[in-house]
Design a protein around this ligand. Structure first.
Ligand code: BGC
Length: 746
């Protein structure tokens, strides 16, 4: 009896407290409730206008919440290398804030070149903290479009040519960012592989190629990274713009992969109300901005998913089925980010972010060539005379390149980094060598540098050569920059060659001084006709705020380089699949402003093409040297055969046989020599970065399952692993296989 009374009392008390709580806190505000319940509750309270209000922008970078219900706005920002400075409500021009400078992290090509998922996690966490401190809800990045041609102006914002590498690297980046309560917006989904005609190119790709090459990184971002949003790309696929594309968005992203987040249009990527409604777009941004340049004021009511959508609903021409699904997704995104109470506050320009930027930069620089051990420069055996040559030694690289342009708190130039590191152990002189692009302005952010130099090319070369003759070492810092037709959004490069006649400068320097080091700053492969005349070459990417420090760390040996190329450096453009067999840049239709582009090279992208055609690259995918030496033992498998339900583990001992501590990226490639369909010679299916002291040996292991053996069969729409013999190769680069093991799939 007493127990009963107590239970009754408890029930009443609980009931009262719950109903009292209900009155003060509606379900949608109650973070202890499941997300879907909160979404349902919020949805039930919204008017049609409020629902529509959630689906499109209200300014360049924000969308409306629901003021009446205390549901906050969403604020987005670029991405992916640092947090973009504030622009005006309706304009691309700067808002003129003084508290929006950031740390620039190395470009994503550099991150990919680390082959180190720990660096991707650090990157994501750090940039997520910066975004969070700036009170952003969505970071527009990272980018994972596959590197198909070295001409693509935006390759620097992506993670290279291999689907496995980019899929592996994108996941920790996403988790790091989202741990701050900031959503990643993985871009540009999908097939945005060039900037030329980016709004009008219709990518024609077979399903096998789509699934094997162009989708895996996006799929990993969704199914493993759990990204809360994704950005549609500008191009078309199957004649529909990717931002409202039945195949890419509904069939694949939402249905096959079960994506429960928000599809955001790229800025100006939506073109049609009905398609936006039915073909998977959820949140429309930037219409009529044509990406970067144009602007139209206060047009937000005319957005495809604004008043035109309301009109179609009110006239009964479309139902509210899609509407509620879109609203649900956007509400969920708001709850996950802007409306999440329990999240860190973030930090901006903190020491740890500079440290992270430098660490990632150091980890991603690739030593392409090092004859006679010219590098590292030893500062401890007598005072050195070092000559630094080249515009990229002094030019700020964080301003420009398009939407990823930044306003940094500071950026250490290569020259300053080299000078600071050398201190009084070297005389460091500078010669300009060439004049490239002296502009330094993006949307009102200026570099503040005056790089004007009126001297002729001959005068500049003579000066550099005279100084080079007297130097112990010459460090040429050149490459591309972030201006149009270089590494820059909205245009492609004109060719593979270095611009501004840099080849002539390098050739002259090579004749003047045998200790020439070329530091190539770029996000793309460049031609190097002088490669054999230059003993040491570093691929230094765009390294962000700490650029000069990272380069100096590697040049002087404080860091032993361990980056490997995330894409192939071809000798000639014609050696690349997209240019040899593919149809770059597409063919214009007679009756429409659409460029059909057949991806005829199919799955043979990057090293897959070079391998199959037996073409020798300048530097292969996966290539990268070290100041120490690594010896590989024999690759062994833990079993001779496996079934489709089993895994197989490969082990290879790797020894540091040199005299410096260092790290090696050990790569595992799989081949299926006999198969009913064409297979690449080999495909990357595992990698590990292993740190070794001099003399130390470690066993590196890789475990794979049938996924690593499969190809995509378009007809059955399934991944197929055909029984038979396979080969596993442990390699130091895609053109440097060290040991092979054979095994069987039963
Ligand atoms: C770019 C996106 C970017 C957006 C917003 C577009 O031009 O393609 O990558 O996030 O602008 O700046």
């Amino acid at each position: 009896m007493r127990i009963l009374t107590f239970t009754l009392w408890l029930t009443i008390a609980m009931g009262l407290s719950v109903s009292a709580g209900d009155e003060t806190k509606p379900t949608y505000l109650d973070e202890s409730k499941p997300l879907d319940e909160r979404v349902d509750d919020a949805l039930s309270r919204l008017t049609l206008e409020e629902k529509i209000g959630l689906l499109h922008a209200q300014s360049k970078f924000s969308s409306r919440g629901v003021q009446r219900l205390g549901i906050p706005e969403l604020w987005a920002t670029d991405g992916p290398h640092g947090v973009r400075p504030e622009v005006l409500w309706d304009e691309w021009n700067q808002a003129g804030w003084t508290n929006d400078s950031c740390v620039a992290f190395p470009a994503l090509t550099c991150l990919a070149a680390t082959w180190n998922p720990e660096m991707a996690a650090l990157y994501g966490k750090s940039i997520g903290e910066e975004a969070r401190y700036r009170e952003k809800d969505i970071l527009l990045g990272p980018g994972v479009n596959i590197y198909r041609t070295p001409l693509n102006g935006r390759n620097f914002e992506y993670m290279g040519e291999d689907p496995y590498l980019s899929a592996t690297m994108v996941v920790p980046y996403i988790k790091g960012v989202q741990s701050n309560g900031v959503a990643t917006c993985v871009k540009h989904y999908a097939l945005n592989n060039q900037e030329l005609n980016r709004h009008t190119t219709n990518a024609i790709v077979d399903d096998r190629t789509l699934y094997e090459i162009y989708l895996p990184a996006f799929k990993a971002a969704v199914t493993e990274g759990g990204t809360w949003s994704i950005m549609g790309s500008y191009n078309l696929y199957k004649d529909q713009h990717a931002c409202h594309n039945q195949y890419l968005l509904n069939d694949i992203l939402k249905n096959e992969w079960g994506f429960d987040g928000v599809v955001v249009s790229d800025w100006g990527g939506a073109h049609d109300t009905r398609q936006s409604i039915t073909n998977g777009l959820d949140l429309e941004f930037g219409s009529w901005t044509n990406g970067l340049t144009e602007g139209r004021k206060n047009a937000y009511d005319s957005y495809y998913l604004a008043v035109p959508y309301i009109k179609l609903i009110e006239s009964g021409e479309v139902s509210t089925t899609e509407l509620d699904d879109k609203v649900r997704r956007v509400l969920k995104l708001i709850f996950r980010t802007a409306m999440k109470r329990d999240k860190p506050f973030g930090s901006l320009c903190s020491e740890s972010h500079y440290e992270a930027a430098r660490k990632i930069g150091n980890d991603g620089i690739v030593l392409l060539r090092n004859e006679n051990d010219v590098l590292p420069i030893n500062l401890d055996n007598g005072k050195k005379n070092i000559l630094v040559v080249g515009e990229n030694a002094i030019k700020m690289m964080t301003v420009g390149g398009g939407s990823s342009s930044l306003k940094v708190q500071h950026e250490i130039s290569p020259l300053d980094g080299i000078r600071a590191f050398a201190g009084n152990k070297a005389d460091v002189n500078f010669a300009r060598g060439y004049v490239g692009d002296i502009s330094g302005n993006f949307d009102g952010v200026t570099s503040g540098q005056n790089l004007a130099d009126d001297r002729s090319a001959d005068e500049l070369i003579s000066e550099a050569v005279e100084k080079a003759k007297k130097a112990d070492y010459v460090i040429f810092v050149g490459g591309l920059n972030k201006s149009a037709h270089q590494d820059c959004e909205d245009s492609d490069r004109a060719g593979l060659e270095l611009p501004y006649a840099q080849d002539a400068v390098i050739e002259a320097l090579a004749k003047a001084n045998k200790n020439l080091i070329v530091v190539n700053v770029s996000g793309n492969a460049v031609a190097m006709p002088w490669v054999k005349e230059v003993p040491a070459i570093l691929q230094a990417w765009y390294l962000g705020s700490e650029a000069g420090n990272s380069i100096a760390d590697v040049v002087f040996g404080a860091t032993n380089p361990s980056g490997k190329l995330p894409f192939t450096f071809p000798m000639r453009l014609q050696d690349v699949g997209a240019h040899s067999a593919g149809e770059y840049p597409g063919t214009k239709r007679n009756d429409a402003d659409i460029w059909d582009e057949h991806y005829n090279e199919g799955i043979l992208v990057g090293y897959r093409w070079f391998d199959k055609k037996g073409v020798k690259p300048l530097f292969a995918f996966g290539h990268g040297l070290s100041y120490t030496k690594f010896d590989y033992g024999k690759l062994t498998a833990d079993r001779k055969s496996m079934t489709a339900d089993e895994t197989i583990t490969f082990t290879i001992p790797v020894t540091n046989s040199g005299s410096k501590a260092g790290a090696e990226v050990v790569q595992l490639y799989i081949s299926d020599p006999k198969c009913s369909v064409m297979r690449p010679e080999k495909e990357l299916k595992g990698f590990a970065k292993v740190y070794l002291q001099p003399g130390e040996t470690k066993n590196v292991t890789f475990t794979i399952d049938k996924d690593a053996l499969s190809y995509f069969d378009a007809e059955s729409h399934k991944w197929v692993a055909e029984p038979g013999q396979f080969k596993a190769h442990a390699a130091a680069a895609s053109d440097n296989v060290k040991s092979t093991a054979t095994f069987e799939l039963k």
